[in-house]
Design a binder for this molecule. Structure first.
Ligand code: ADP
Ligand code: MG
Length: 247
């Protein structure tokens, strides 16, 4: 049975007075992987950020429903707890906070029955070895001096630990070499069957490893064309100019 996780209807979003999203529609059911592709500045990150409740983005018209609930009825601080997850395009560093502490805190604040110390360690070790992450990671400060690939791995580690209902992955593949990309893809593939996934990417190479059910082309704040996995190949090959008339 299909279970709707995310419904976006006629969504208009502004930053300051500037309209960025202009009537976007999108539905993602549990188990589905959707990919959004589009030029820089077309509004892809805006969509992910507004769903998570980033204060810079204002919904001026339209609706977002998360598991049947109007988004505005979910306080921003409740969203992660309600199973929404955003992997940032540019993860912030938190000097002074160690990765291990950070992960324990985020898991404890999101899960209904937070795992006890030893149990959590076990889970953490398993997830880290799956992502080929060294234990020394845990004592480093969050994203402080991390390479691009290390930042993205930490995002995927959180994804594995949090097992969200809705996973928004904003350019999680950028800056990864092929080995890291494979590892990141494995993490996404493990979580995806039980959640609703939205993958924002510029590149087909991630979508070779994580097969999307639907691919959407975004132009100037709107999804102007949707298709199956083959659309990603077409967009990479042909670019976006041929869709400009549809915008
Ligand atoms: P994409 O992720 O597709 O590259 P974004 O959603 O990041 O695009 O940006 C869409 C447009 O909104 C761009 O013109 C960008 O400059 C503007 N924008 C996004 N976030 C902000 C912000 N916090 N403040 C000002 N302008 C923003
Ligand atoms: Mg972006």
């Amino acid at each position: 049975m299909t279970e709707e996780i995310l419904r976006v209807e006629n969504l208009h979003v502004s930053v300051g007075d500037v309209p960025i999203l202009k009537g976007l529609n999108l539905v993602i059911n549990r188990g589905e992987i959707h990919a959004i592709m589009g030029r820089n500045g077309s509004g892809k990150s805006t969509l992910a950020n507004v769903i998570m409740g980033h204060p810079s983005y204002e919904i001026t018209d339209g609706h977002v429903f998360y598991r049947g609930q109007a988004l505005e009825d979910l306080e921003v601080h409740e969203r992660a707890r309600a199973g929404m997850f955003l992997s940032f395009q540019y993860p912030a560093s938190i000097p002074g906070v160690q990765v291990g502490t950070f992960l324990k805190k985020s898991v404890s604040s999101v899960r209904e029955n937070p795992p006890k110390g030893r149990e959590f360690r076990k889970e953490l070790t398993a997830a880290m070895s799956q992502l080929s992450m060294d234990k020394s990671f845990l004592s480093r400060y969050v994203n402080d001096g991390f390479s691009g690939g290390e930042k993205k791995r930490l995002e995927i580690l959180q994804l594995l630990l949090l097992q969200p209902h809705l996973a928004l992955l904003d350019e999680t593949d950028s800056g990864l070499d092929i080995d890291a990309l494979r590892i990141v893809a494995e993490g996404i593939n493990e979580v995806a069957p039980n959640s609703a996934s939205l993958i924002i990417t510029h590149y087909q190479r991630l979508l070779d490893l994580v097969q999307p059910h639907f691919v959407h082309a975004m132009i100037d704040g709107n999804i102007v064309h949707s298709g199956g996995p083959e659309l990603a190949l077409e967009l990479e090959e042909r670019g976006y100019d041929w869709l400009d008339n549809a915008a």
